[in-house]
Design a protein around this ligand. Structure first.
Ligand SMILES: *Cc1c(COP(=O)(O)O)cnc(C)c1O
Length: 345
């Protein structure tokens, strides 16, 4: 808890405090110099995550953004392009890293309401080998997208399509564990069609830092070189890997609790805004308050009471390890108290 007032922070699942047990595991971890490949805790966790995802090898990176960046760099050469959803993180939220640092051209296409891409849209932008065009080289997918867990049938079909055209597939699986829990499918099944996957542990799984990229041993060797180039070679990184190991032991099953609490939160808000304006998926609730001013006013009113949300017309509320049932009940009550006033302004 931060300060005197118990804060209920619903902005993101990145805000969690590492638990005492996790901190203890980090403190106890045997470590070595990982740039020399000598950190036993890093090596074990890279292998563990790779096996979970059904791939040969893994690579620890400090952030999901760096995981996606080294993946773009390891798949694509200068003048290649990656096909990506317009609002997918690898295009919209990563400061243009692939273009800036890799001279890789993004080819964004629309994202459906369910978070998937239309197969016709993907096929329609794959370019033939012709000197007019960038070389279509990679399809970048995302699961979950805006909290939505993508069907494994879509992931497989999109991957098959890409592979038929000689493209590789990268899956931004920042919240792939949420997708696995929500769809009751093993991570390896959701990862099956992808050549590389980036998995975040600092979101719902509650570590202070750390993502792992997985793929073939040969591809990971290349990604490792790119990681060094972008400054991601870390030394006694076993303290981070130990947090990931701990999260895999203790925090995967409890994602189901986050999902249940998101549904409770959504149900509590439906009474005020109507079922059409609130939507829960995995650990996220999207609340449409009508216009941005209403959202900003709601944000300000709640913030002064120690409840943190993002503003705007579509308010995103995220459940996580530091949100319990009492916090949900309290948040529902306070949002219900403020929202009708804000909406009538
Ligand atoms: C959070 C997130 C990432 C990575 O973000 P970092 O803050 O760099 O760890 C990547 N993709 C998606 C979909 C995300 O939500």
């Amino acid at each position: 808890m931060n300060g005197e007032m118990a804060v209920i922070d619903l902005r993101s699942d990145t805000v969690t405090q590492p638990t005492p047990g996790m901190r203890e595991a980090m403190a106890r971890a045997p470590v070595g110099d990982d740039v020399y490949g000598e950190d036993p805790t890093v090596n074990a966790v890279e292998a563990r995550v790779a096996e979970l995802a059904g791939k040969e090898a893994g690579l620890l990176v400090p952030s999901g953004t760096q995981g996606n960046l080294v993946s773009l760099l390891a798949h694509c050469q200068r003048g290649d392009e990656y096909i990506v959803g317009q609002r997918y993180h690898t295009y919209w939220y990563e400061a243009g890293g692939g273009a800036v640092l890799g001279s890789i051209q993004p080819q964004p296409i629309p994202v459906g309401r369910d978070g998937t891409l239309a197969l016709e849209d993907i096929a329609g932008v794959i370019k033939p080998p012709d000197s007019h065009f960038a070389r279509s080289r990679l399809l970048a997918l995302e699961n979950t997208h805006a909290g939505r867990a993508l069907p494994s049938t879509f992931l497989q079909a999109a991957s098959d399509l890409a592979h038929e055209h000689g493209l590789a597939v990268h899956l931004d699986g920042a919240r792939l564990f949420n997708a696995a829990i929500a769809t009751d499918r093993p991570v390896s099944e959701l990862a099956n069609g992808a050549d590389s996957i980036s998995l975040c542990f600092s979101k719902g799984l509650g570590t202070p830092i750390g993502s792992v990229v997985v793929g073939s041993a040969q591809w990971i060797a290349s990604a490792r070189r790119w990681r060094k180039m972008v400054g991601g070679g870390m030394r006694q990184a076993g303290i981070i890997a130990a947090a990931i190991d701990y999260a895999l032991d203790h925090h995967v099953e409890s994602l189901a609790e986050d999902h249940r609490r998101a549904r409770v939160l959504a149900a509590g808000l439906e009474a005020v805004v109507g079922a059409d304006n609130v939507y829960a998926s995995t650990n996220m609730v999207h609340l449409d308050v009508g216009d941005a001013t209403t959202g900003d006013e709601l944000r300000a009113a709640l913030w002064s009471e120690g409840i943190r949300i993002a503003g705007g017309r579509r308010v995103r509320l995220v459940t996580h390890l530091d949100i319990d049932d009492a916090a949900i009940d309290h948040a529902v009550e306070r949002i219900r108290a403020h929202l009708p006033q804000a909406r009538s302004c």
